[in-house]
Design a protein around this ligand. Sequence first.
Ligand SMILES: C[S@@+](CC[C@H](N)C(=O)[O-])C[C@H]1O[C@@H](n2cnc3c(N)ncnc32)[C@H](O)[C@@H]1O
Length: 311
Amino acid sequence: MYALRVKRENAQEKIIELKNSGDYDDLRRVLRVKDEVLIPVKTKLPGAILKKLSPTGKKRSLKDLFGIGSFDLIGDTIIIWIPNELIDKKKEIGEHALKMYPAVKAVYSKVSAVSGKYRVPKLELIAGKAGVTTHLENGLRFKLNVKKAYFSARQSGERLKLTKYVRDGDEVCVLFAGIGPIPVYVSKKTKAKRIVAVEINPDAVKFMIENFSINKCENTTAICGDAKVIYPTIGTFDLLILPLPKSSIDFTNEAHSLLKLGGRAIFYMASQKEELSSKIKKLKGFEVEKIRREIEISPGEYRYVVHVRRK
Ligand SMILES: C[S@@+](CC[C@H](N)C(=O)[O-])C[C@H]1O[C@@H](n2cnc3c(N)ncnc32)[C@H](O)[C@@H]1O
């Protein structure tokens, strides 16, 4: 509850200085008293006086209070990676996140990164109530249970980019389709003829079918199964999308069989810069048309988008 008393003509400059040093308390209002101004500050700085100033109505962010600068927001669910030194405060962090964002119903701590066959992260509920959520993105809706199926809200830009590679009338197959964001984008934002989506996690497939329905997709089919096993039974396509960065390369033969002659495939690949060319060499039967480096996924490891054509 401290404030600095300064002459009115010096107030603006002082406020800027205090904001830059991080001492300005933006939760309380500045007060003018005759030719002086009382500026709220967070701590007892030299010359500060004790003064009650009225609140601005702003709330302290997770960054202000705990140094947590980012988190994922999926529908009405927040997922936070809490560093080890703050684990004891996880409940406090969760409750504060609920207060900050009144529309949020559940806050999870991310215990481990995505892992296992279903690429699901290990999550622990730290505040609110667990349940199914619906994420809105570029006019589309995605329903899911974040504990049971993979979904990343951070990839919305990439999903949109992907639609630019779909040609009118394309027959498209999306392997590793999860809860269906890519097939839904292709269905609603391109003139693809039909889209077949394959996913091994039955929980994800259940949501994918629901997402096809709530987005009114009329040209999509969801198939639950292992792409390695079912690929000979689903026909051939003009475009194949393989969003499984850690192991899409292991599906090179299946990809070749799923494409018409001259058909295109988009492989998402995780790789260190130095290892990329040896991975690309494994794409037997394909001509590489374009490689785009998307993002860094861990120190020195990148996600690449590799566009190829079946020879
Ligand atoms: C990285 S996630 C991507 C999901 C989705 N494309 C998205 O962008 O949200 C990969 C998905 O592939 C699925 N998967 C892994 N191996 C598979 C396989 N052999 N056959 C079919 N799906 C598989 C996992 O269950 C997971 O849902």
